[in-house]
Write a protein that binds this ligand. Structure first.
Ligand SMILES: Cc1cc2nc3c(=O)[nH]c(=O)nc-3n(C[C@H](O)[C@H](O)[C@H](O)COP(=O)(O)OP(=O)(O)OC[C@H]3O[C@@H](n4cnc5c(N)ncnc54)[C@H](O)[C@@H]3O)c2cc1C
Length: 287
């Protein structure tokens, strides 16, 4: 069992990893890709570099620094679900892990769906959490939006509540099995309903639905937080106390996913502070 599993290998995750490793904690970092810095070509406001550097250079330097200290980093691995309440069970597309604490550092939460009707119908038949809301739609017509592992994970949850399921990939190519359930690949053009969702529309057809569960792309920190009952504000930022702890004991968050200044320096600082707080917390649960 790990002491800390860090979801994300950006400035917040790697900064926390460096501190926790030096505290001799048994840790692992799981990082899907280079995060926000993967698309950054010109950084000149971060301390210590005379000339501009690329995001890729900075991420790779961070990985090399952490690995030199002995940090175990699983690159190109995606966390799909987090369950339990300490120990936590983490499922990825590469395996399963047990850990005493989790630090979420997955960067900015994913953008909202840009389809007409999405904003007005959120919470009125549009849900981001099968475990939270699936029972409300028992034996009803349920749509799931997504095309990859995250969608497949949500599908497994929703199958417990209804057999009337349709997968909407919204133009993406499907990369996982959907069992026997129908799949609509055309992009959605509108979500229908006034007081609550009544259906979705593609260019070609309208589909009646009682609920649409969104599980597109990669789950972000707020997706995990919502499923675990951690507080998330209206801007989709995870709410933490001054120790970077969520309202769930053992679940921490840092960096862009908690909002504030969306900059490398702040993410690095968050990671360091979260590491100190987690180390302190681990002493209380192991003593
Ligand atoms: C185009 C652009 C330019 C920018 N330029 C600057 C700049 O010049 N200076 C500056 O200070 N800041 C800049 N920023 C902001 C800066 O990149 C972020 O503030 C910083 O990277 C946040 O760090 P983080 O660790 O919180 O998240 P990120 O750096 O986004 O890291 C998130 C990590 O989480 C991982 N992840 C996400 N979901 C999962 C999952 N489900 N499973 C596993 N891993 C997951 C990602 O792969 C990544 O490793 C820029 C951002 C962008 C987008």
């Amino acid at each position: 069992m790990y002491d800390v599993l860090i979801v994300g290998g950006g400035p917040a995750g790697i900064s926390a990893a460096v501190y926790l490793q030096r505290f001799k904690r048994n840790i692992i970092v799981i990082a899907k890709d280079h995060g926000a810095l993967g698309s950054t070509t010109h950084i000149e406001n971060y301390y210590g570099f005379e000339n501009p550097i690329t995001g890729k250079e900075l991420v790779e330097a961070g990985f090399a620094q952490a690995r030199r200290l002995g940090v175990n980093i699983h690159e190109n691995e995606e966390v799909l679900s987090i369950n339990g309440s300490g120990p936590f069970n983490i499922k990825t597309n590469g395996g399963e892990y047990l850990t005493k604490t989790v630090l979420l550092t997955t960067g900015m939460n994913r953008p909202n769906l840009r389809v007409k009707g999405f904003t007005t119908l959120q919470g009125k038949g549009i849900s981001f959490c099968g475990i939270c809301d699936g029972f409300l739609y028992r034996n009803k017509k349920i749509g799931i939006l997504g095309a990859g592992d995250f969608m497949a994970e949500e599908l497994e949850v929703l199958r417990n509540f209804s057999n009337n399921l349709t997968v909407f990939t919204n133009g993406e190519s499907l990369s996982v099995s959907t069992h026997e359930y129908p799949v609509v690949t055309e992009p959605l053009v509108e979500l229908l309903g006034v007081d609550s969702l009544t259906g979705v529309k593609t260019q070609a057809k309208t589909y009646d639905l009682d609920a649409l569960f969104i599980a597109a792309g990669t789950p972000s920190a707020s997706d995990f937080a919502v499923r675990m009952g951690a507080f998330v504000n209206q801007k989709n930022e995870i709410e933490v106390d001054p120790n970077f702890s969520t309202n769930i004991a053992g679940l921490y968050a840092a960096g862009d996913c908690i909002g504030g200044l969306l900059q490398i320096s702040k993410a690095v600082s968050d990671g360091a502070q979260a590491a100190l707080a987690i180390n302190k917390y681990l002493k209380t649960i192991t003593s």
